[in-house]
Design a binder for this molecule. Structure first.
Ligand code: NAD
Length: 508
């Protein structure tokens, strides 16, 4: 399906990307084997070289050397780099947002929102730099003090996914830097240009405040480049965001060398809608969570579990809203759903829909490919009513498909909700406090994120972000997630002239 006449010319998009890169402080790179494509038309923007083994080795070595100095800089001084980064991001929010649109296909407001999230997490990390608290505990021995101190961990390897090409990097990097770690980043091979821009902004921020720019290293390329990071014993923490399949490959390799892993993997998020729900509010929450970002968020709403009494009217509202969603070029105002990242994503969506229909699913609306500029893969978000939660529903298909099931009894709904391998985000829409509390209780939602009367996506940076089961168990961003980026030491100080042993042991 080619629409060459309506396509923004390939050259125009390429020039736009090159101009944005220049304005963000990056000279367009020499040609190479990584092809930076835009999902808007499917065409190549720029190509660039992948890092070879020697370059990855050198990047890790530089980060390791920089760590030795960086860990001794007081945390509030380390925050100066992050403060400057926040200022540069604020100055360049539109340019970086537009580059996210070009490279990941996000609509303008979501792309700028992603940059806003970077600024927010920088502010959080700046405050955190004065709050890396350790506890003191009462010692059982007279004249002794017992306390814990938190120290920088080392080199943090950040592996990130295409769908949040810049925010996930910022979550990790802003916190890791104030914690005293250095960072080696392996972005998705689908989004190398936004990575070049972030790297340049951070190096500039470091130089502007007189810090060592080597605290941040960028390596580019496919999974094999990430594997080298995963296997290197100098990388103290591997923070990896992506599919469950990737996590299954990464986690055992890091464990084999006793490294640390922070995993942020796939989700299969659900919302329960009870009979007392405010259907108008639920509809808005559901439509944004299920169709926003063309279904390409880890927190995208993929399963709707509606009480049988409200399923009909709720579905009428949602499908009416779906029919009004403008799908198309994300550079145009008013478009709410941009393209899928590539043909593989489109094939995955089609295959999942076929399986769902073979399982007795009924297509309520959407699912078809629609015209867009060039050879981009644009689809209408789909809603499928399912007779049961079959195997295809229990998988994460990274595309806008909302499966709808019904329930009679809340306990059964929660059981269905939890009967998937992933455990990232979840919601209940209800005006009944008992139902809400039941969902949030220990035997309620088993996810890392459980919401009441808002959708599953769009988390704030102040909370800890992550999920259970196959989502990997990691927590990033706010709350006390910083502890994953530091090591804890327990210190006992004897300020007496005696040497009493713990547990009252006498050794004389
Ligand atoms: P992906 O797993 O294909 O790739 C993610 C990253 O991992 C890429 O940089 C890739 O090169 C790298 N990688 C893959 N295999 C590797 C290996 N064996 N060793 C080292 N690195 C390896 O994921 P994607 O298609 O880019 O992103 C979509 C997926 O990411 C979805 O499953 C989505 O749910 C998930 N995701 C999760 C979160 C979260 O916070 N939980 C956030 C964003 C995306």
């Amino acid at each position: 399906m080619s629409h060459a006449l309506t396509a923004p010319a390939t050259r125009e998009l390429r020039e736009r990307a090159e101009n944005l890169l220049r304005r963000l402080g990056v000279e367009p790179p020499a040609p190479g084997e990584i092809s930076a494509r835009t999902p808007i038309t499917g065409s190549e923007l720029i190509s660039l070289p992948a890092s070879d083994k020697a370059e990855v080795e050198a990047a890790i070595a530089r980060a390791d050397t920089a760590f030795r100095g960086w860990r001794t800089v007081p945390a509030p001084q380390r925050a100066a780099v992050v403060r400057r980064l926040a200022a540069l991001l604020t100055e360049h929010q539109d340019e970086l947002g537009e580059l996210v649109t070009l490279e990941a296909g996000k609509i303008g407001p979501e792309a700028r929102g992603e940059v806003q999230e970077m600024i927010d997490v920088c502010e959080f990390a700046i405050g955190l730099s004065r709050q890396l608290y350790g506890r003191t505990m009462p010692s059982e021995r007279p004249g002794h003090r017992l306390m814990e101190t938190w120290h920088p961990l080392g080199v943090v390897g950040v592996i990130s996914a295409f769908n949040f090409p810049v925010a996930v990097w910022a979550w990790n990097t802003a916190v890791a830097l104030v914690c005293g770690d250095t960072v080696v980043w392996k972005p998705s091979e689908a989004t190398p240009l936004t990575a070049l821009a972030c790297h340049a902004l951070l190096r500039r921020a470091a130089a502007d405040v007189g810090a060592d720019p080597e605290v941040h290293q960028l390596i580019q390329g496919p999974a094999a480049v990430g594997e080298q990071l995963v296997d290197d014993p100098r990388v103290a923490l591997v923070s990896a965001t992506g599919s469950v399949r990737m996590g299954q490959q990464v986690a055992p390799r890091v464990a084999a060398r006793f490294g640390r892993c922070l995993l942020e993997l796939g989700g299969n998020n659900a919302a329960i809608v009870t009979p007392t729900a405010d259907l108008e509010l639920a509809t808005r929450g559901i439509v944004f969570a299920a169709a926003g970002t063309a279904g390409q968020r880890c927190t995208t709403l993929r399963r709707l579990i509606a009480h049988a009494d409200v399923a009909g009217p709720l579905l009428d509202r949602i499908s009416a809203a779906y029919r009004q969603l403008r799908v198309g070029n994300p550079l145009e105002d008013g478009v709410l759903v941009g393209p899928l990242i590539n043909e593989r994503a489109y094939d995955g969506m089609r295959a999942a829909l076929e399986r769902a229909l073979a399982d007795g699913g009924e297509l309520v609306c959407g699912g078809e490919r629609v015209e867009g500029p060039g050879d981009g893969f644009y689809v209408r978000p789909a809603i499928v009513r399912m007779p049961a939660q079959t195997a295809v529903v229990r998988e994460e298909t990274f595309a806008p498909i909302l499966y709808v099931m019904t329930y009679q009894d809340l306990d059964a709904a929660i059981e269905m909700h939890n009967a998937v391998p992933q455990g990232l985000s979840s919601s209940i829409f209800t005006q009944n406090q008992r139902e809400a509390e039941r969902f949030l209780a220990a035997d309620g939602s088993d996810c890392g994120i459980a919401n009441v009367n808002i959708g599953t996506s769009g988390a704030e940076i102040g909370g800890a972000f992550g999920g259970e089961k196959q989502t990997g168990g990691g927590r990033e961003s706010g709350s006390d997630s910083w502890k994953a980026y530091m090591r804890r030491a327990t210190n006992t100080v004897n300020y007496s002239t005696e040497l009493p042993l713990a547990q009252g042991i006498r050794f004389e």
